[in-house]
Design a protein around this ligand. Structure first.
Ligand code: G3P
Ligand code: MG
Length: 226
């Protein structure tokens, strides 16, 4: 079974620094995180950058879709948005394991995963965890990096979870923390899956999930749980 640290810094340490920025990943390392999660999407010219939303409104305060801007234009309007290469370089320097969540625009799952894998290889990543809600992204990940672990992400665990993880060759499943009752966690683990829960910021909640057998929780404030 995939071995994971019990706490994964969500978008770095999103409670302490702007999410998915180099400052956030450095903060997660400062707080003692062993692993961080971040979201990967493509610019208009196909460069993988680390950013959660499809538009810049919430995090940057300007209108515009990341997928409609070239990297150079994105740099002008949102200089704090890092490329995937920049994030992976920082993670390597700080010794952080990574969970690259492929967060594609609609219809871009395959292209986003392929570009992310190319950059990760160029950066010397051995076998990062690749995760996604997008089946196309996971299918392409399996084809291009069959030895890298994959996690299927879902809000609610579907009744046909076993078929879906098998079809995508996933060794882990990540779900909303309220969608992981004890019997289900037992079934998932009995099937050999590592179980991840998002997003858990309260220590009591994290303890209950770990007691159920959840392997790892994503947390915006890792210092509260570590
Ligand atoms: O990868 C776990 C979690 O990050 C998935 O949800 O919306 O925070 O990317 P979201
Ligand atoms: Mg994410």
């Amino acid at each position: 079974m995939l071995i994971l640290p019990r706490v994964i810094g969500h978008r770095g340490a999103a409670a302490h620094a702007p999410e998915n920025t180099l400052a956030s990943f450095a903060k997660a390392a400062d707080l003692g995180c062993a692993m961080v999660e971040f979201d990967v999407r493509l610019t208009a010219d196909g460069v993988p950058v680390v950013f959660h939303d499809d538009t810049l409104d919430r995090c940057v305060g300007v209108h515009g879709a990341v997928g409609c801007l070239s990297l150079s234009r994105l740099r002008t309007v949102a200089p704090q948005v890092p490329t995937l290469a920049e994030v992976l370089e920082l993670c390597a320097v700080r010794g952080l394991a990574v969970d690259m969540e492929i967060k594609p625009d609609r219809g871009m799952g395959a292209a986003t995963a392929a570009a992310a894998i190319r950059v990760a290889r160029d950066c010397g990543q051995a076998a990062p965890l690749l995760s996604s809600f997008d089946a196309d992204a996971l299918a392409v990940s399996r084809a291009l990096a069959p030895d890298w672990p994959r996690a299927l992400l879902v809000e609610r665990v579907p009744a046909d979870w076993a078929r879906r993880v098998a079809a995508l060759g996933c060794c882990a499943l990540g779900a909303h923390h309220r969608a992981l009752p004890t019997p289900l966690v037992g079934q998932l683990r009995a099937a050999g899956l590592a179980v991840l829960a998002f997003t858990v910021n309260r220590p009591g909640r994290a303890r209950r999930l770990w007691t159920r057998g959840v392997d790892a929780v994503f947390c915006d404030a890792p210092d509260r749980l570590l």
